[in-house]
Design a protein around this ligand. Structure first.
Ligand code: ZN
Length: 150
């Protein structure tokens, strides 16, 4: 991914409500293990959620099954999508990147999305992590008018 600046890093997580809820359901379903997954973007908005398996099976760390990552990236490639974001949950802590998260941020062109399950509804925050850490907006689009052809 290094040097792949053409797509840039998204300036926001723009996501339809059904995809947003799918992401939250996934991380809730695996709690108290940290949940993980990928978000494909078409242009500047999310189009698909890939539910990952946390091979660490840890409540404080995550690592998505590499086979799932490769399959997802291949499918994104076929559709002309980009890896816009990588999400994971913090079952028992706030939605801020941990030192471990920052050390393992290998995809600077993808947003780091963190879902804190401390509260209900969960808190979802998105960050650009490319040398520096900067929070970007999360915009959940209402369910109506979510046709794929904008
Ligand atoms: Zn984390």
């Amino acid at each position: 991914m290094a040097g792949d600046d053409q797509n840039g890093t998204p300036e926001a997580l723009v996501i339809d409500a059904p995809l947003y809820h799918e992401m939250i359901e996934h991380v809730r379903s695996v709690a108290p293990i940290e949940g993980v997954g990928l978000i494909a973007f078409a242009g500047d908005r999310a189009v698909k959620i890939y539910r990952g398996t946390n091979v660490e099976q840890s409540t404080t760390r995550y690592s998505m099954d590499p086979t799932e990552v490769v399959a997802a990236l291949n499918e994104m490639d076929q559709h002309g999508w980009q890896l816009g974001a990588i999400f994971h949950s913090h079952p028992r802590s706030e939605a801020a990147p941990s030192p471990t998260d920052l050390r393992h941020a290998y995809y600077p062109n993808a947003l780091m999305v963190i879902i804190s399950l401390l509260t209900d509804p969960p808190v979802v925050r998105a960050f650009r992590v490319d040398g520096e850490v900067r929070e970007v907006p999360v915009r959940v689009l209402p369910e109506e008018g979510t046709a794929e052809t904008a």
